[in-house]
Design a protein around this ligand. Structure first.
Ligand SMILES: [Ca+2]
Ligand SMILES: [Ca+2]
Ligand SMILES: [Ca+2]
Ligand SMILES: [Ca+2]
Ligand SMILES: [Zn+2]
Length: 581
């Protein structure tokens, strides 16, 4: 009998394990699903375990609620230390609700690692670049977006309590999932003076009534009650510290920039991420993924911010290719959308010396159910915009058809009566949490691949400098003319021109040692022998290697035997050559 009980226990244990295994995360990772916060960590550990020679998994720091922020470094140490190589930084999900951004990061890591050794180009970028990947910056946000009831736009904040309505209480009136379905939907009430009526073509939708015509519904906003009895509903939700307004460069206080936080990098997780970035001065390319709207945004973030036009030229090459890799996206400076203070792009460009993009993932207009796909689509709403409510009736109807026939009806919740403590008889319904700013799962694979391909394009276009001696010519007794060329056939220069112009960090160095350098300078025209000689310390030249081009130097050297020529760069790989006099 006892043995039988043990057997049953063992058997049921095995069964439980089998059930748990159904969601097991293995390499290669899958992108027909979203990973919650814990699963992202399991996925990163799985990649690290499968590719120990190419990866390093670090904990960058902890969040406000004590969750770990992970960074995966992809680098081949056999080809050099990561800090010696052009660094490519990629992060996502800094806004808690923008979860597919984390999947783009995981996909990029998964692609580099699983194709290493099989695909020549991937192999080269893993060997030549250092890739730093933080899939989830706002770890509390991702955790809670999955766990808690939300709209597709709620739960963006860093978990720093703030009294949004200045009533002395913090975060006291969040949304309430009144019908307990895991989504925060909309509330509406019957009202002949309301500005909406039931859509005659689809009774699940509402359309605006024309001026002077009788209405049917007033929209009361997101699901919720007046939790603190102050007469307002949902007026003080979690936070608000906007993690993309809390960076150091051009930070402005709350009365200028909402969501700014108390001071730059007051978010402790953000500070940890910044420390991680600044400890890697080799980072020359940076991506932060968000949703939504389909945009590649770069600095400047405000009209007043001045940036180098030579950098714009480099950015343009990346941006113009990016919009071809991601059809429907636009490429523009961030301030074209609206001015932001303390944003990531400008911080990375002006303080880390990196070309930086915010990638606004996904356009809901791609959810199509149309006969004629050549007809123009409605312009995508900007991030933080009204989402589906901002669209035209035609657009909403089409999205409802998409929901019916491709979303298998899971995207929209039909209006249902509810007894509200303040409003009385109302109805709750509308688009659910995992919609609007997120692609449906069958579309996720394409989204993550296209956007990871943009990052790959940039990584491949980080400077690859070549050092060659053009000439060693005897011009007198123990006196030689040495001409050296630094060339680069990639789209990005060896550092940003902004960093050079503003003296953000040291320029690249070209150094001659082993003999006395009598004179040295840039050879501006080798045919006419034009040299801009440097007056002091001619053996050390400071420079930037341009994109798709070269820069030549001439040294007049006095001595005999072997001399050494060194190229040293913070962002590009160091090089050495020797010449025999
Ligand atoms: Ca309050
Ligand atoms: Ca608050
Ligand atoms: Ca209230
Ligand atoms: Ca209140
Ligand atoms: Zn965002």
């Amino acid at each position: 009998m006892k043995r039988c009980i043990i057997f049953i226990l063992l058997f049921s244990f095995a069964f439980v394990n089998f059930a748990a295994d159904k969601g097991k995360i293995e390499v290669p990772l899958r992108f027909d699903r979203y990973y919650n916060y814990d699963e992202v960590i399991i996925a990163l550990k799985a990649l690290n375990k499968a590719f120990p020679a190419l990866t390093e998994l670090d904990i960058v720091g902890q969040s406000e609620e004590g969750r770990d922020i992970y960074a995966l470094t992809i680098n081949n140490p056999k080809t050099g230390d990561d800090l010696e190589k052009p660094g490519v930084y990629v992060d996502g999900n800094i806004h808690g609700n923008e979860i597919q951004a984390g999947e783009v990061c995981l996909y990029y890591a998964n692609m580099l690692l699983t194709k290493y050794g099989e695909n020549e180009r991937i192999t080269k970028t893993v060997d030549r670049n250092a890739h730093y990947i933080i899939p989830v910056v706002n770890v509390d946000g991702r955790y809670r977006f999955f766990e808690d009831a939300n709209t597709s736009s709620s739960n963006r904040s860093i978990r720093v309590p703030r009294d949004d309505d200045n009533d002395g209480l913090v975060d006291e009136d969040n949304y309430d999932d009144l019908d307990s379905d895991g989504s925060i939907c909309q509330m509406r009430i019957k009202d002949p003076f309301g500005r909406y009526k039931t859509d005659p073509e689809d009774p699940r939708l509402m359309v605006r009534v024309e001026e002077g015509k009788k209405g049917e519904w007033t929209v009361l906003g997101q699901e919720g009650i007046d939790n603190d009895g102050d007469g307002q509903i949902n007026e003080d939700t979690e936070g608000y510290l906007d993690p993309n307004r809390n960076w150091g460069y051009n930070w402005m206080p709350y009365y200028v920039q909402s969501g700014a936080g108390l001071f730059p990098l007051s978010g402790i997780g953000l500070k940890a991420v910044n420390d991680y970035i600044m400890a890697r001065p080799n980072i020359i390319m940076a991506y932060a993924f968000h949703n939504s709207g389909g945009m590649w945004l770069r600095a400047p973030a405000t009209k007043e911010e001045k940036i180098s036009q030579r950098d714009v030229a480099a950015w343009d090459i990346l941006g113009k290719n990016a919009i071809k890799i991601t059809p429907g996206y636009v490429y523009q400076p961030a301030y074209d959308l609206y001015s932001t203070y303390g944003d990531f792009d400008s911080h990375m460009y002006n303080l880390a010396g990196a070309y930086s993009f915010v990638g606004e993932l996904f356009q809901s207009s791609q959810e199509t159910y149309r006969v004629d796909i050549t007809k123009p689509i409605v312009a995508p709403p900007a991030e933080g915009g009204g989402g589906r409510r901002g669209g035209s009736p035609e657009r909403s109807r089409e999205q409802m058809k998409f929901n019916d026939h491709l979303g298998i009806g899971e995207m929209y919740k039909d209006w249902k009566p509810y007894k509200h403590p303040l409003y009385g008889d109302i109805e709750i319904g509308g688009w659910v949490k995992m919609t609007s700013r997120l692609p449906q799962l069958f579309m996720l694979q394409e989204l993550v691949h296209r956007n990871a391909a943009v990052v790959l394009f940039s990584a491949e276009n980080t400077a690859e400098v070549k050092l060659e001696t053009l000439e060693t010519k005897k011009i007198g007794k123990d006196l030689y003319r040495v001409r050296v060329r630094l060339s680069n056939d990639k789209a990005l220069p060896s550092m940003t021109y902004q960093a050079g112009d503003k003296k953000l960090h040291r320029k690249d160095i070209l150094k001659v040692s082993g003999a006395k350098v009598v004179a040295g300078g840039e050879l501006t025209d080798m045919y006419r022998d034009l040299v801009t000689y440097k007056e002091h310390k001619p053996e050390i030249q400071f420079l930037i290697v341009p994109s798709y081009g070269k820069i030549d130097y001439q040294f007049i050297v006095e001595g005999k035997g072997e001399i050494e020529i060194e190229y040293q760069s913070i962002k590009a790989k160091n090089l050495k050559a020797s010449v025999n006099l």
